[in-house]
Ligand binder design. Structure first.
Ligand code: TNX
Length: 542
């Protein structure tokens, strides 16, 4: 089968590699693959095709006559004078040293080495922009060129996926470490490619969050939105408001003991995410979805009476008393401290599903909070309901609507407000895949992986301003999940689908080809310990 995605070329290359390996006497049991052009046929394939990458790169030019083999003497050469590029090199060396057992020394250079892997901040074409890269894989050398350290990291993650799945093992593996030769030139469709994790309904440890960061960064996700507070729990230490965590942090859905991040732990998550080219976006949901804070401090309510803890799924529909000045002191403290710990530009204020606050008061509240966020030098994001208020140019509304006809949102998108697209019936990772799925909710319908892939972020919102869309985000709400494996099961394979919508050019979107490339991810997920949903729609490679 010859397709624009190069399956035919990949098959040809695979035959070439098989011949090469046979000639090298490597004795791999690949005979089944020789007899057919169809992919995938080989269990534990020794080499990927250059197209076997998610998200699909912009331009792929395979050199089917060659491949590259990493060997024990390989050196990582990195642009001198850039701490970001050095951090990228350390990430690459980190996983490769573990699985290959090679020393992989890192050397600072100013031009490409003739062997090993070079990471350079020069010579990339202008078209790759600030987040893209060019990856050139030759017989003797691999070179990644980009204009920023972020671009280099994206190139590294492409190379990562072209390595055998065993490269992700936590112990030394035998190899061989082969990658296909050719040139990939790549840049994202959107600057914002997000994943959201709700740590409020159930709390997740720092270690779990770091695992998730590792997993999403493989798909070039560059924002992690942390939903840090909700009715059922408050998860971030705020100085001067100790009961938020001692009381509000001690609950969760189902009555468990919850948990929270100290400011030091939060900074640790931010730094770890940064080492994976991911910027954290903290969210404090307000003025609704805030029962844990009200339960901690009765003075934040109009009656001054703290409501009981809420540990069910759903909402008690309580809210901050938007006419009280202490509420704005509280918000200023929370926003100020979060802004101080968050190097990224965005701060999310929720704003969804508010009950018992009049429309006018809600609009005034959002405008005031927007000013507080701006005073702390951050850009405000809110769920799509904030579009009812007077938003500043550059503020961001996150569309989670299951319809295409949110006219208020469409309207503000023509007046400077930016959009992040998260339609619940496509990319809410907490929705069940099918009726049989045990974990998840289903209020937005069942969301199979082809639903997650089958929509266009640019045109989803009818009458919206397409150029206002800054990207795509896949939210994972946690009412029904409690462990890393639960997170993985709901996120994989839908998260990579959302990531491809955010990165790859619209012209490359094709479900059949995507499903093929997705199926090739399975061996890597297995090695990484990712427990994923084996959708029957995907031709999984064992
Ligand atoms: C809607 S989307 C919510 C969340 C729930 C989620 C469950 C949005 C802004 N609010 O509070 O957790 O549905 O799917």
């Amino acid at each position: 089968m010859i397709t624009a995605d190069g399956l035919g070329k990949a098959a040809a290359m695979r035959r070439h590699v098989i011949r090469t390996l046979t000639a090298l006497g490597m004795g791999l049991a690949l005979t089944a693959a020789v007899s057919t052009d169809r992919l995938p046929m080989v269990q534990a394939a020794p080499i990927a095709g250059l197209y076997d990458v998610v998200p699909r790169p912009v331009s792929v030019e395979p050199d089917t006559a060659h491949h590259h083999e990493f060997t024990a003497g390989a050196v990582i050469s990195v642009q001198s004078g850039s701490s970001g590029a050095l951090a990228d090199a350390q990430y690459l060396a980190g996983f490769l040293r573990r699985s290959t057992g090679f020393p992989l020394p890192i050397r600072q250079v100013s031009s490409a080495a003739t062997n090993g892997i070079s990471l350079l901040l020069s010579g990339a074409p202008e078209s790759v922009g600030r987040q893209g890269y060019r990856l050139t894989i030759g017989r003797a050398a691999v070179v990644i060129r980009a204009r920023t350290a972020a671009g280099l990291f994206s190139g590294i993650q492409t190379l990562h996926q072209l390595l055998p799945a065993a490269a992700d093992a936590s112990t030394k593996q035998p190899g061989p470490w082969l990658v296909p030769a050719g040139v990939i030139t790549d840049h994202p469709r959107y600057t914002y490619r997000g994943a959201m994790l709700d740590v409020a309904r159930h709390f997740f440890s720092v270690a779990t969050v770091k695992h998730y960061i590792d997993e999403i960064s493989l798909y070039k996700i560059n924002y992690l939105h942390l939903h840090l507070s909700d009715d059922q729990g408050w998860r971030i230490e705020i100085k001067g408001w100790p009961r938020l965590t001692s009381v509000g942090g001690a609950t969760e859905v189902g009555g468990g003991s919850g948990g929270f991040y100290t400011q030091t732990q939060y900074r640790g998550i931010v730094a770890y995410a940064r080492s994976r080219n991911i910027t954290v976006v903290p969210e404090i949901d307000m003025p609704g979805h805030v029962n844990a804070a009200l339960h901690s401090y009765g003075k934040l309510t109009c009656s001054c009476v703290a409501p009981p803890a809420y540990t069910k799924i759903g909402s008690p529909n309580t809210s901050l008393c938007v006419s009280k000045s202490v509420v704005y002191d509280f918000i200023n403290d929370v926003v100020g401290q979060l802004a101080g710990m968050t190097p990224g530009r965005y701060l999310h204020i929720g704003g969804d599903e508010v009950v018992g606050v009049s429309a006018d008061k809600y609009k005034t509240f959002v405008a005031k909070v927007q000013t507080i966020v701006t005073n702390h030098h951050k850009t405000m994001i809110g769920w799509d309901q904030v579009a009812a208020a007077k938003l500043s140019s550059g503020s961001v509304a996150q569309d989670w609507d299951t319809t295409h006809t949110n006219s208020r949102l469409a309207d503000v998108s023509h007046h400077g407000v930016k959009l992040i697209m998260s339609p619940a019936n496509h990319v809410y990772l907490d929705q069940k895949y099918t009726k049989q799925t045990k974990l998840g909710l289903s209020w937005a319908g069942y969301v199979e992986v082809d639903d997650a892939y089958g929509w266009n972020p640019a045109t989803y919102l009818h009458d919206g301003n397409h150029s206002a869309v800054i990207g795509v985000e896949a939210p994972l709400w946690s009412e029904t999940i409690t462990t890393l494996h639960d997170i993985q099961y709901l996120a994989f394979p839908r998260l990579p689908a959302a990531a491809e919508l955010g990165w790859s050019p619209r012209s490359t979107h094709d479900w059949t080809r995507f499903a093929h490339r997705l199926g090739l991810q399975a061996p890597r997920w297995t090695v990484m310990g990712i427990r994923f949903y084996r959708s029957p729609l995907v031709p999984w490679r064992s």
